[in-house]
Each structure stands twice: as C-alpha cells, then as structure tokens.
Design a protein around this ligand. Structure first.
Ligand code: BDR
Ligand code: CA
Length: 344
C-alpha cells in the first residue's frame, strides 16, 4: 500500500486526481492540502472538501488549507478554464456551507483549521517515525508553494518522503506563455526549491498530459461503461450513476473551456490525475532522468522548466541541487489510464 499526501488546487482535473487517490486499491490517502491556483485558496479548500464527500472518501480523510499566495509573486487564477470558483459547471457536489463539507476540514480542539504545513508534516512524521520507517509519496497538482514551505521548514522530515510527484512544466511547451505551464508560472521559486530538495522527484509535464485527452469516446465510456454508444441524435449516453453524471459535467465544462481558450476540439487533457496514476502504477509511464531547473528571470521565458535533455550540465547522480534531479515522464499508456479512472 502506497501512502499518499495530495496537494491540489481543485480544479476540474484536480478533482479527478482526488477521485483516483480515494479509490485506487494500492493507495492510502493520508490527507489533502490545498493551495492558491485555479481559483482563490479558499475555493481550493472547499472544493477539495466537496470532492472528498461526493466521491465517498473515508470520513477521516481531511482537508488542510494552505498557502493563499505564491512565495514571491502575486497570486493569479484561471477563471477562463475552471470558472470563478475553480469548479465551474460541476453538478452534484454538496454546497460549501453544508455540514458534510464543513466536517471535512481538519481542526484544532478550539475549532481553528489545521494548516497544510502542519497536516503534511504531522502525517509524514507519524508515518515515518511511528510507522516503522514507512514513507509517503507527496503528490502536487497545483502551484508548489505548500511543498516548498514544507521542504524549507521541515528538512529533517525529507527522509520520510518517498518521492515528490508533480504535474507541471513541459519540455519546450507552455499553456500560460509559449514555454511556461500554469502550475510553474504561478510559483516558479517554489518549484525550484522542490527541485533542489534531496528527494526523488518525478515530473508529469504537458507533453504527457496532452496525450490523455478525454475525447467523446472516452467521455461516453466514463458516463456509461456498459453502453457507451451515442444516442440517435449523436448525444452522449445516459449516465449510469449519479457519480458518473457528476464526472461527466466536469468533463463537459473542461471540454468547453479548453475548446474556447486553446482550440482543443478533440477534448480536454486530464493533467492532474496522471500524478496519482504514476504513484499507483509507474509501469504505465516511460521516463528519463535529467537536470531540470526553472527560469526565474527570463523576459520571454520566465516560468519555463529548463530540461537538460542533452545533458549539457555536469551533474552527479544525486537528487537535488547538484544532480540529475528529476525523472521526467515522457509517455503514458492512455487507454489503461482511462480504464483506471472509470474503475475508480
Ligand atoms: C495545470 O493547471 C491547472 O489548470 C490544472 O489543474 C493543472 O494542474 C495544467 O497546466
Ligand atoms: Ca491543478
């Protein structure tokens, strides 16, 4: 069983990452911390709580709200892709004020929320020190502010981290500039801190997530796996459960915004759940190890992940500041990934 701490900014694709982390058989989800990103931090937190409830997570899987802004830059959000509250157009989630959603927030005895950094460090310490050396995979689906703070504040706990797995960056591509991806451009300094940490780090870049397109065919199968055929009018089949209906509304909204913003006519890429899929079944991915740094100052290239594919820099074999610090995934078995999502 793989212990996972998930940090996210739900977010349509983040929501599907949460779904995988709850339901994959070989994953033990310890908690979810949330961060500014697709929407304001307060929306990330309540959306994570709404998803945990709607997707049937065990009651003790809780949300720990985290950083409301990047380390240095101003916060920026992505309403044109995810709606104003980060989960636009998704039907069937409980309201943020509901008792069930409020019960999902981790709280101190005096009722105040337990912060991301405290939740994450406590879970890793308990698993590592009290759990006979069991480690935790820390999965990042948003800007890496919380994780950079964890690295900086709790260096003594890094031995308890199995790996950092993050969705972000790209090799020569971008979606928020010609070469910068959203999660990285939101907090480039935080990303560099995580890349320099002495921990095995795996990157799931746009080059891979753009292979996992939720086409109409994929969407139909997710809506109704036993009868995925389109109706006579060419509409999607009726959803075979309430949860599949919720998932379908999520994909439809994401498909519309990706079509309008990026001209993706085949369907939207499902970026974030690939991180959880990697932890569960790394054998679905092909990867290579490189030196990766973030361009922190470039006029045209700020926020780019600079992947040293020709091994120009002399690096040793350590993870972190002096080494080939990142295992960069390069492809994924797409059909098996979508089967995994449907089973969950
Ligand atoms: C990333 O940015 C967000 O819009 C998504 O949730 C994903 O984490 C893709 O660039
Ligand atoms: Ca995200």
């Amino acid at each position: 069983l793989k212990n996972v701490w998930l940090d996210a900014d739900p977010g349509h694709d983040d929501a599907t990452a949460i779904m995988l982390a709850i339901h994959l058989d070989n994953i033990n989800l310890l908690g979810v911390s949330t961060v500014h990103g697709n929407g304001p931090a307060i929306c990330s937190a309540s959306n994570a709580a709404r998803c945990l409830h709607a997707f049937g997570a065990p009651k003790d899987v809780l949300v720990f709200p985290g950083a409301v802004k990047p380390l240095i830059k101003k916060a920026r959000h992505d309403p044109e892709i995810h709606g104003a509250d980060g989960l636009g157009g998704v039907v069937g989630l409980p309201s943020p004020e509901s008792v069930e959603v409020q019960a999902r927030f981790a709280r101190h005895p005096d009722g105040t929320p337990i912060h991301a950094l405290e939740g994450m460090s406590r879970a890793i310490r308990d698993t590592w020190k009290n759990g006979a050396g069991r480690k935790v995979s820390v999965v990042s689906c948003g800007p890496m502010t919380n994780i950079a703070l964890f690295v900086s504040v709790y260096p003594e706990l890094l031995d308890g981290v199995e790996q950092f797995v993050f969705m972000g960056g790209a090799v020569g591509l971008g979606n928020r500039s010609p070469v910068a991806e959203f999660n990285i451009i939101c907090d480039p300094e935080a990303t560099q801190i995580v890349l320099d940490a002495p921990v095995k780090t795996i990157m799931v870049p746009l080059n891979v997530t753009h292979m996992a397109i939720a086409t109409n065919e994929v969407h139909s199968k997710l809506r109704n796996p036993s009868d995925p055929s389109l109706t006579n009018n060419g509409d999607l089949p009726l959803p075979s459960s309430a949860l599949r209906h919720t998932l379908s509304t999520l994909i439809s909204f994401f498909a519309d915004t990706y079509r309008a913003t990026f001209g993706f006519n085949e369907g939207p890429p499902l970026h974030d759940p690939l991180t959880v899929a990697y932890v569960s079944q790394p054998e679905l991915f092909k990867s290579q190890r490189y030196r990766v740094d973030v361009e922190l100052h470039g006029i045209h290239t700020a926020g780019e992940t600079v992947v040293d594919v020709w091994h120009y820099r002399s690096c040793d074999d350590s993870w972190g500041a002096n080494g080939k610090n990142c295992l960069v995934t390069e492809s994924v078995q797409v059909e098996r990934f979508f089967d995994m999502l449907s089973e969950c």
